[in-house]
Each structure stands twice: as C-alpha cells, then as structure tokens.
Design a protein around this ligand. Structure first.
Ligand code: FUB
Length: 435
C-alpha cells in the first residue's frame, strides 16, 4: 500500500524541524549542492541541558525541504567523555582534503562545567560514518564550550570557542586536530556570553555571538580585517527569540545569506529548542540588518527533492495494538490506531523491511486536534525518544507527519514500537524510507 508522496514545500516554515528538538544549528555548504546543519539535540523530557547526548545532521538542496540524515555521534561513543554521558553541546564541522571534521564540546569528568574538552570525530562523508578521534590538546576548562571552525580562502583554518564571557581563537594545525601556538583572547567584543561563529564576506571577517541579557539572549556581531581580530563591535542583529539561550550560524547558499538559530516556539520550554532559519541581509557598508524572525521561514532556492529513496508504507491496520489502544475505521477502507492517549497504550509494527540495512527515515502519518501530542518511538528495542505530533486541526485530518532517521537491520526482522500516553492522536500508517 502506498500514500501519495508529499509535494515539495515552497517555504521551510519556522521552526524548520518539528519532529524532534534541535538547537545550536551550525550550517555549512560543502560544495556538493546541499547545505548541512550540524545541530544539538534537546532530549525530551529535558533536565536543563544535561541530558543532551546525541547529534543529528540535517540537509537540504533548496533550504525549504530538509532531510534528517540521522544521528552521527552520541556520548556513549566518546571513550574519554564524562562517565555519566549527556552534555553534548553546541557543535561545528569543517572539511579539509576530503575529510569531514566534527567538533563538539563535551566534559571529560563528572564535574561537567570544569572539565570541558573539544572533541573531534572524523568521516569521509559529511553526514555519516563519524568516528571519535579524541580531543584537542590544550583546549577546554571551565565553561569553555561552543567550538566554531572557520576555513579561510587560503586554506588556513581557525578555531574559536568559549563561554562565561571568555572568547578565544587560534590557528589550527594542518591535522585539524591541534592548535598552532597559543589561543588568544578575542579583543573588541561587547557583552560576549557564548556561541561564537565566524564567517567571511567581501574580505571582512564577522564574529557573531550570544550576549548575557538575562533569560533573553540576543545575537551580536563584530568585524575585522584579520581572522583573529582585533574586532570592531557591530551591534545586535538578532533580538530575543523568546528562548533564554540564543545560538546561531551564518551561511551563504545559492546566492543568499541566512541565519540559522533556535527558539522554543513548539515546546514553550527553554531546554526544548527548535531550529529556525531566516534570511540575513547586509547594508551597503557591510553592517548586518536586524534579522526578521518569521513563521513562514525561508523560500525554496530551487531544487526541493525532499527525499532520496522510496518509502514502504505499513498501514496501522497491520499493527498489533495493546495497553488499551485499538484500531478503528479511518475512511477509504483504511484503519487508524486510536486510544494512544491512554497511559499504557502501545502498538507494534513487525516485519519491517530494512533492505540491506542502514539508515531509514521512519515517518508516522497522523491526525490530532491537540496543539502538541507526542508518541514514543522504539526501533529494535532502542529508544529514539518522543516524536512531536503538531495539531492537524482535527482528529480526522490525517495530514500530520512526524519522523526521525534511525538505523535498521538488514532484512525484514525489524520491529517498530509506538508508545502513547502523551496526548491524543490517531495514527494511519508508519512509512519507512531507506536512505
Ligand atoms: O545547547 C547547549 C548550550 O546552550 C550551548 O552550548 C550554548 O551555546 C547554548 O545554546
């Protein structure tokens, strides 16, 4: 059985990713026709930012239609990391000579804020296959988080990072896993808090960062004619988003500049954040205009292949409901899984085909009249956390979509389990698209 493929979206909408919570987006166009976002993943339910323990990558060829490329690293993969895990905070990435470098702040000890290190994982692909390589010697310590790597036109790369009011930068070694000489304090920034990001436009270096405005951080910028400053303060270009933290990146794609940032529009909670994108514009003198935060998000820049493969649809009528959940008619001869609001409700979809094994985008098609219902997804016994199901405007409107990219085993022995108890929704099908 199949459902019609979704038409490509004309605008991205904000937040861009609604199924799971994503924060601290670092965007890069590596030259393969796509733009990639390396983001933190706020785990739901949150406990401050403590439980953030994995990273997903998202990509698009048109800015409006985004694919979850899946998870690339989690705290349990980090041999030198904090024994209790968690605290996988704002990351960045770089590419040199065909190798992709993923940089992430993570504590090496239980006293998390005193033991930060900047970890490095590498891969030959931009969005999969990352293996941890350890941390950068000489970096880290109290509140030193949020790495950003900028590669200049001459191929030289620079690392910036910091928190708690201190921002440092330094040139990286040829191996992209070391610093040449000492890191220097970045001079000329006003009210620096965290979230350093550096980009270059028309020969000018820009350093953007979050400020200290209580519970309402904004983004500021400063400019320089040298990658390591000194910097000339430029002002505020992102006013509060409604979230206590702010964190962003700036990238150019298909001739347009964009700001990637996060807000809390879906959850209303400062530790369950969602990635947004809006256009970034410069004045003639190079100063950055205040970004207009929109709900419709950015327009498609052309392209818009929302998916790469073919989805197999598993109708709800073929699942095994339990815990009080039941199947009921949904029209057009189909059945829907109902009763998922009940605390013990669950359903199992067996015999899911994983092809030759690897990554698959698992998507639920649902209806709900709640503003935000949730369903827990477990695949082959691994918990992939809560998926958000935003209102479809009515319990009979099955045009809701929520999903996540997960690993599947080869063959048809995969099992998908949905657990309810987090709001009322009816599920029409689960589709599985091998990536
Ligand atoms: O996401 C965890 C932390 O919150 C980041 O490292 C900071 O920049 C802030 O966004």
């Amino acid at each position: 059985m199949s459902h019609p493929k979704d038409a490509a979206k004309k605008t991205a909408g904000n937040p861009v990713i609604t199924s799971i919570y994503t924060a601290d987006p670092s965007a890069h166009a590596w030259g393969d026709g796509r733009i990639y976002v390396y983001a933190s993943h706020d785990m739901d339910p949150a406990r401050g930012c403590d439980l953030m323990d994995r990273y997903h990558v998202f990509s698009s060829d048109d800015m409006a239609n985004w694919i979850d490329e899946g998870e690339i690293l989690r705290s349990e993969d980090v041999s030198w990391g904090r024994p209790e895990g968690g605290f996988m905070w704002a990351p960045d990435a770089a590419c040199k000579d065909g190798t992709y470098y993923f940089y992430y702040p993570h504590p090496s000890g239980s006293r998390w804020n005193e033991t930060w290190k900047i970890g490095v994982a590498t891969s030959s692909e931009p969005a999969r296959g990352f293996v941890d390589r350890g941390y950068i010697e000489g970096l880290g310590g109290f509140a030193m988080i949020d790495p950003c790597v900028f590669t200049d036109d001459d191929g030289r790369s620079y690392m910036y990072y910091g928190g708690g009011g201190k921002c440092q930068g330094g040139e990286m070694g040829e191996d992209m896993m070391s610093i040449q000489g000492a890191m220097a304090d970045m001079e000329g920034l006003e009210d620096f808090h965290e979230a350093a990001w550096v980009f270059k436009r028309e020969g000018v270096y820009y350093l953007t960062y979050a400020d200290n405005l209580h519970d309402n951080n904004r983004m500021h910028y400063a400019t320089s004619r040298h990658p390591l400053g000194p910097w000339t303060y430029g002002g505020i270009f992102l006013e509060p988003t409604g979230c206590s933290t702010t964190h962003g990146s700036v990238a150019e794609f298909k001739g347009q500049w964009y700001l990637f940032y996060h807000n809390q529009a879906i959850s209303g909670e400062g530790n369950l954040r969602s990635m947004c994108i809006d256009e970034l514009h410069f004045e003639k003198d190079g100063s950055i205009r205040t970004v207009v935060q929109t709900k419709e998000g950015v327009r498609s820049a052309g392209g818009g292949a929302s998916r790469t493969g073919t989805a197999t649809v598993y109708p709800a009528g073929g699942c095994a409901p339990g815990g009080g959940a039941w199947l009921e008619p949904a029209g057009h001869g189909e059945q829907a899984l109902a009763g998922m609001h009940l605390p013990e409700a669950f359903a199992v979809f067996g015999g899911v085909d994983g092809g030759v094994g690897g990554r698959a985008y698992v998507e639920l098609r649902y209806a709900t009249d709640e503003r935000l219902a949730k369903v827990n997804l477990t695949v082959n016994g691994s918990d992939y956390s809560l998926l958000n199901a935003l209102s479809t405007g009515g319990g009979g409107s099955f045009d809701g979509r929520t999903g996540i990219t997960v690993p599947l085993m080869p063959g048809s022995g995969n099992e998908i389990r949905l657990d309810g108890g987090k709001g009322s929704l009816s599920i029409l099908s689960v589709s599985v698209e091998l990536l």
